[in-house]
Design a protein around this ligand. Structure first.
Ligand code: AMP
Length: 404
């Protein structure tokens, strides 16, 4: 199947082909016609499946099909709202909109926390057809009356499960109350908890439901590996692995922001070019780290779960769990970013005696045992006493992320 059989306009097809895509991914094959038809959609898909183009392309088509002229009747309204959990994801989604919409006369804007609100207020005074926003900052604009959502035709909740995890449900409900009743709703989520089901039930009207194979369930292309190691040997082991295998573009997960900083510093001191990204870093620093990582000049990016969520990097070869996540589902999200677009990938977890329970929880969720390998010189002391794991990971899930 080609893109041209999906019913998208020539201008969109040209931009897609310039991006180098030849064939739509499974989610795109299903989502594009569904969105073009104008109905609601419930899609089970996570990052890496091509879901962004799955909703951006048909939204561009629908909006450009009936472009509202301005400014004779005042400023044209915002017609599509895409809500995302994180700032990085917002930037990436908007970048996709600009790339796929380069031959269209539609304007988009990101509205995220962590940056000054004033340029956003100025930007809102000119044309915005598609708004990509994180919930917190959008509500800041609502309370300042600088944004008008009364003419939204299409709403997307992207990574809805993660938005709920981050405590955004009340913000989302407040935003929904501001939208016109008649609109098209698209909900994307990697997982379907009862909370997501309840949200979908209230929001969607006879939705078309599509689900693409979750990478965690299939994950044939991802090789999972566990290295059992002593708590205090994790850092030297990671440095050893990166150097020995000459790994590049390694995404490393830590449980805490502090842990991310310390690890990046350690690796840098040991000659491995590394940076940390997490919620305490400025937006500028995060964007810079991400672009260096993408262009290959940064060897290791150390991230917390929230910061890494939604990072769009194709063909990421290595993901390392420096610490296992407290929530087994986060393991799935973490490794979901390796082995993309048909590439093979490797997910390596450094596991100490404190984490054996977390490991078995993860194995239960992914329904497989992960092979354990010992790295010579880093054998774990089998008699080591487990210590309780700091619950600091919880700090990554505030009820409302300030300034997001
Ligand atoms: P997403 O799941 O939207 O984050 O997309 C994951 C990655 O796949 C991104 O790097 C996209 O640029 C890429 N991608 C999306 N659609 C296609 C396609 N049809 N063919 C090849 N790559 C794609």
């Amino acid at each position: 199947m080609t893109f041209s059989s999906l019913g998208l306009s020539e201008d969109i097809l040209r931009a897609v082909s310039e991006r180098g895509y030849i064939e739509p991914t499974p989610i795109q094959k299903q989502a594009i016609p569904a969105v073009l038809s104008g109905g609601d959609l419930l899609a089970g898909a996570q990052t890496g499946t091509g879901k962004t183009a799955g909703f951006v392309l048909p939204i561009l088509h629908r909006l450009s099909d009936r472009r509202i002229k301005g400014p004779s009747e005042g400023r044209p309204p915002i017609r599509a709202l895409i809500l995302v959990p994180t700032r990085e994801l917002a930037l990436q989604v908007e970048e996709s909109i600009r790339a796929y919409g380069k031959y269209l006369k539609l304007d988009s804007m990101t509205m995220i926390g962590g940056v000054s609100i004033n340029p956003q207020i100025t930007r809102l005074k000119s044309r915005v057809d598609i708004l990509v926003a994180t919930p917190g900052r959008l509500l800041d604009h609502v309370s300042q009356k600088t944004v008008d959502l009364s003419r939204i035709e299409i709403l997307v909740l992207d990574e809805a499960d993660r938005m709920l995890d981050m405590g955004f449900i009340r913000d989302i409900r407040k935003i929904l109350a501001l939208l016109p009743r008649k609109r098209q709703n698209l909900l994307f989520s990697a997982t379907f908890s009862d909370e997501i089901k309840a949200l979908a039930e209230g929001l969607l009207d006879h939705p078309e439901t599509i689900e693409v194979a979750r990478r965690n369930a299939t994950a044939e292309k991802i090789e999972h590996k566990v290295h059992l190691v002593d708590r205090d040997k994790k850092r030297p082991l990671l440095a050893h692995l990166v150097k020995k295998h000459n790994w590049h573009q390694v995404l490393v997960f830590t449980r805490t922001k502090h842990g991310a900083n310390q690890l990046a510093e350690y690796l840098t001191k040991n000659g491995i070019n590394s940076l940390a990204i997490h919620g305490n870093k400025s937006q500028g620093a995060r964007t810079r780290a991400l672009s260096e990582f993408k262009d290959g000049s940064l060897q290791v990016l150390v991230a917390t779960d929230i910061a890494a969520r939604g990072i769009d990097i194709a063909d990421l070869p290595h993901v390392v769990n420096f610490e296992l996540p407290n929530v087994p589902e986060d393991y799935v999200h973490r490794i979901g970013r390796t082995g993309r677009a048909g590439q093979s990938g490797e997910a390596v977890s450094l596991v100490c005696v404190d984490e054996l329970k977390l490991l078995s929880d993860i194995e239960r969720v992914i329904k497989r045992k992960i092979a354990q390998e010992t790295v010579p010189g880093f054998e774990a002391d089998r008699n080591a006493k487990p210590e309780p794991i700091m619950k600091a990971g919880r700090q990554a899930r505030p009820r409302r992320k300030p300034g997001s």
